[in-house]
Structures are given as structure tokens and as C-alpha cells.
Design a protein around this ligand. Structure first.
Ligand code: SAM
Length: 197
């Protein structure tokens, strides 16, 4: 067997796999790949949410509502729900396959504080939300920034993995986080302060 035969026997199945994967993304997910937030960043966001919940619950009887904007198969949504059992955690996602998986996994894990909604996240009203987490494409950060400005209540917290919000948002903090994912190492934290009188 020549070296080319060996290369071909590895490359051909790999190319086929990539083609099927891209076709899946195009057909079922409007061309948006479902990449997850790196574990170290997820852990850090959860710590931030726990602190935020503590402050909220000292002043407030209302349920603390967290939203995972573009939740994919809900892995992060479930982790948040487990870490904050008293909070309500909503996952928004347009992929039918991903949201079905999310629902099945939450049920299997007997989580009662997760809710998944299959929708375009731009169509969901964020007015009751206390904290929003997201890992979206750079192309979403302007439109999402405008939406958050209009809809989020005062003092609501926003975390953005990797890309910064545009549309006038200034981060309270930008954290550098070591992860094993080469493209993910920045977390941006925002507070809805400036856009409400
Ligand atoms: C990068 S994944 C993030 C998954 C998860 N939140 C995390 O951080 O691990 C982004 C998800 O947003 C979903 N998405 C992208 N645009 C959307 C839209 N307009 N409405 C609903 N879901 C959308 C994608 O299908 C994908 O599952």
C-alpha cells in the first residue's frame, strides 16, 4: 500500500463526514453551526450567575429568570439550571433537532426549572429576564445589542462569550479565561444601565 493509498483512506471518509456535517447544518440549522461554550467559560459564567442570584434574592421575592439565547442542545442551560435550582432557566433555539434533544435530556435528568422554546430568538420578548447568556456569531452582536437595549429591564446582566456586543454597549468587565478551545478565551460582562432612565 503506497503512502497515497493510506492518505486517501483517511482523507476520503473525513471529507465525506465534513460534507454530511455541513449539509446537516445547512438543512436543519439555517447554516449556523452549534458550537458550545468552552467548559472553563461555562464554569465562570455560572459563578457570576450564582453571585447575581444571591444579590437578587436578598432584595426580591420574584423568581430569578436566566435566558440562554441560542441554547443548542441545552448542555449549558442544564448546567445553569443544576447550579441554580431556585432560578428559572429558559433556552431559546430554532433548531428542532437541538431543542428536542434539550427537552429529552432535561426530562431524563429530572430538571424542573428549565424551559425550552423553539423560536427565532429575535422574536422573543426579554422584558422579564434578569440575566442573559449567549455565544452568538459576530454578525448577531449588533442586532442583539439593539434588542437587549430596548427590552431588558434595568440592571439585568448579560454575558457574551467571545464576541462583544455592539450598538453602544460598554462592558463592565472583559475577562481573559484559559480554555482548551483556541478560539474561545474572552468573556464580556454587561449590565443594562445606560439605556433606561
Ligand atoms: C454557538 S451555539 C451556543 C450554544 C450554547 N448557548 C452554549 O453557549 O454552549 C449558538 C446557538 O444559537 C442558535 N441560533 C443561532 N441563531 C439563532 C436564532 N436567530 N434564533 C434561535 N436560535 C439561533 C444556533 O442554532 C446554535 O445552536
Amino acid at each position: 500500500m503506497s503512502i497515497w493509498d493510506t492518505v486517501n483512506s483517511i482523507l476520503a471518509p473525513l471529507l465525506l463526514f465534513m460534507l454530511i456535517w455541513q449539509a446537516y447544518i445547512l438543512i436543519f440549522n439555517k447554516g449556523v453551526p452549534n458550537i458550545r461554550t468552552a467548559p472553563a467559560i461555562r464554569r465562570r459564567i455560572i459563578e457570576i450567575l450564582q453571585k447575581e442570584y444571591k444579590v437578587h434574592s436578598e432584595k426580591n421575592d420574584k423568581k430569578f429568570k436566566i435566558i440562554d439565547i441560542g441554547c443548542g442542545n441545552g448542555l449549558f442551560t442544564r448546567e445553569i439550571a443544576k447550579a441554580l435550582p431556585e432560578a428559572e432557566v429558559i433556552g431559546l433555539e430554532w433548531s428542532k433537532a437541538a431543542i428536542e434533544q434539550a427537552k429529552i435530556k432535561s426530562k431524563a435528568q429530572k430538571l424542573t426549572n428549565t424551559h425550552y422554546i423553539r423560536t427565532d430568538f429575535y422574536d422573543y420578548d426579554l422584558k422579564d429576564i434578569d440575566a442573559a447568556v449567549m455565544y452568538l456569531t459576530i454578525y448577531d452582536m449588533g442586532r442583539m445589542g439593539e434588542k437587549l437595549k430596548k427590552e431588558l429591564k434595568r440592571n439585568a446582566l448579560v454575558t457574551c462569550n467571545r464576541f462583544k456586543l455592539s450598538a453602544g454597549w460598554e462592558p463592565e468587565e472583559c475577562l481573559e479565561i484559559k480554555t482548551l478551545y483556541p478560539h474561545q478565551k474572552q468573556l464580556h460582562i454587561y449590565r443594562q444601565k445606560n439605556f433606561h432612565s
